[in-house]
Write a protein that binds this ligand. Structure first.
Ligand SMILES: [Ca+2]
Ligand SMILES: [Ca+2]
Length: 414
């Protein structure tokens, strides 16, 4: 029934590659989490013909402090994982008629920031009037709570065209935050939510209501602008502010693997131990999580430890650093309510398709909304293999892997 609901929501909108991908991921998530028995409350949000996946999404934590209030920069996309010419998982490109434009990952000159690759827009807009644009992005990527805006490093071409970050708010209104590309060379550009303008979504309240989903980046012709050029963009980042940021787990002050319980189903190895992974050029302690499954359906390993989310549990954002093993395993975050009941159908997961450190997050409001279930504790993580029968084309989990868990933080959205 849940799948039927999702299918229905899905076909209300135009069919495109990222939507297909997200739908498959959502369907898989629902099947794995048991959310199919909770139609409409499975965490899938559909509004105005667009469905948002409120799952954990990959980001990089670039700054933090463990004291009370804090500002965090969560990198949504660094464009390092896709092959040259490709796009991140779930992204695609759309363009208006007559526009000759590509958008794909390319090598960039050394800048000392954001690695060796960036997203390149290479465009020629047609002569004459009318709208001309090219767009790329994830379609519906949940953004973290406490969001104040987005930022990116952009190599401008002084064309005068308009580059916009496009988002959809809680009630389905579409917004964009535009800048005029009137510079050349690299610079960091801020897209504050206060600069968001409505671009569609029907007659609503005209106000950006969080939580937001990130649709993508649009380059549009502006009056009097140069009609062709090349713009590079890197480190798409969510700029967040939390009134209270709690550190739930920090391996730097003791990995304590004995406090983590490893359990397995149809698996051969589930072992938590004290590990070390290079970070910023130096070895850093981390919780090492080794797993190996039998290659049969129903396999899973869990690494659990109850970590209290604190007084802001219902309205906060869970942030965790994970060193990926590139195994393409499904990693699910486990949550419990105050009575110790696992909130299985509402937990969030993501595909570990990267190697190295990344940070993932989930805004509890995108999982639970106004539902009665209230998360009280982060219980740990489950590693579940994806098989060919799980309808994720091209994805098959390795038989074994080795993940590392770094810090786990919880920020109050208020
Ligand atoms: Ca990059
Ligand atoms: Ca609104």
């Amino acid at each position: 029934m849940g799948t039927q609901l999702m299918t229905k929501c899905w076909f209300r909108g135009p069919i495109s590659r990222p939507r297909v991908m997200w739908w498959l991921v959502v369907t898989f998530l629902a099947a794995r989490s048991g959310a199919a028995t909770q139609p409409g409350r499975a965490g899938l949000q559909c509004a105005g013909g667009s469905c948002a996946l409120p799952a954990l999404l990959v980001a990089s934590l670039t700054a933090t402090q463990s004291s009370a209030a804090a500002e965090l920069s969560l990198v949504l996309e660094d464009f390092e994982s896709p092959a040259l010419g490709g796009l991140p998982l779930g992204w695609n490109v759309t363009r208006s008629a007559g526009v000759a434009a590509g958008a794909g990952v390319e090598r960039k000159e050394p800048t000392g920031i954001g690695g060796t690759k960036a997203l390149k827009f290479d465009y020629t807009f047609p002569a004459g009037g009318g709208a001309a644009w090219v767009h790329t992005g994830p379609g519906s990527q949940s953004l973290p709570g406490g969001l104040g805006g987005l930022s990116a490093w952009i190599r401008g071409d002084s064309s005068g065209n308009t580059l916009s970050m496009r988002c959809v708010d809680r009630d389905g209104e579409q917004f964009e935050i535009p800048v005029r590309v009137d510079w050349s060379g690299w610079k960091r550009v801020d897209f504050a939510l206060s600069g968001a303008v409505v671009t569609g979504g029907g007659a609503k309240n005209g106000v950006p209501d969080v939580p937001f989903t990130f649709q993508g980046i649009r380059l549009a012709r502006a009056a009097g602008a140069v009609p062709r050029g090349e713009i590079l963009l890197d480190l798409v980042t969510a700029e967040c502010r939390y009134s209270r940021l709690a550190t739930l787990y920090d391996p730097a002050s003791g990995v304590r693997p004995e406090l983590w319980k490893a359990t397995m189903t149809r698996s051969r190895v589930a072992r938590a131990s004290a590990g070390s992974v290079v970070r910023a050029g130096r070895p850093a302690p981390a919780l090492q999580l080794e797993w190996e499954h039998e290659g049969a359906p129903g396999a899973a390993v869990e690494f659990t430890r109850n970590l209290d989310l604190g007084p802001d549990a219902p309205g906060g954002t869970l942030i965790a650093e994970v060193f990926g093993d590139g195994s393409q395993a499904w990693l699910q975050f486990l949550l419990r309510d105050a009575r110790g009941r696992r909130l299985g159908g509402r937990s969030a997961g993501f595909l570990v398709d990267w190697s190295g450190w990344r940070t993932v997050y989930v805004d509890m409001r995108t999982l639970f909304g106004a539902a009665a279930a209230v998360p009280a504790a982060f219980e740990g993580i489950a590693v579940v293999p994806v098989s060919t029968s799980d309808a994720l084309p091209g994805v098959e989990t390795s038989r074994r892997g080795e993940l590392y868990l770094g810090r786990v933080l919880y920020g109050s959205n208020r």
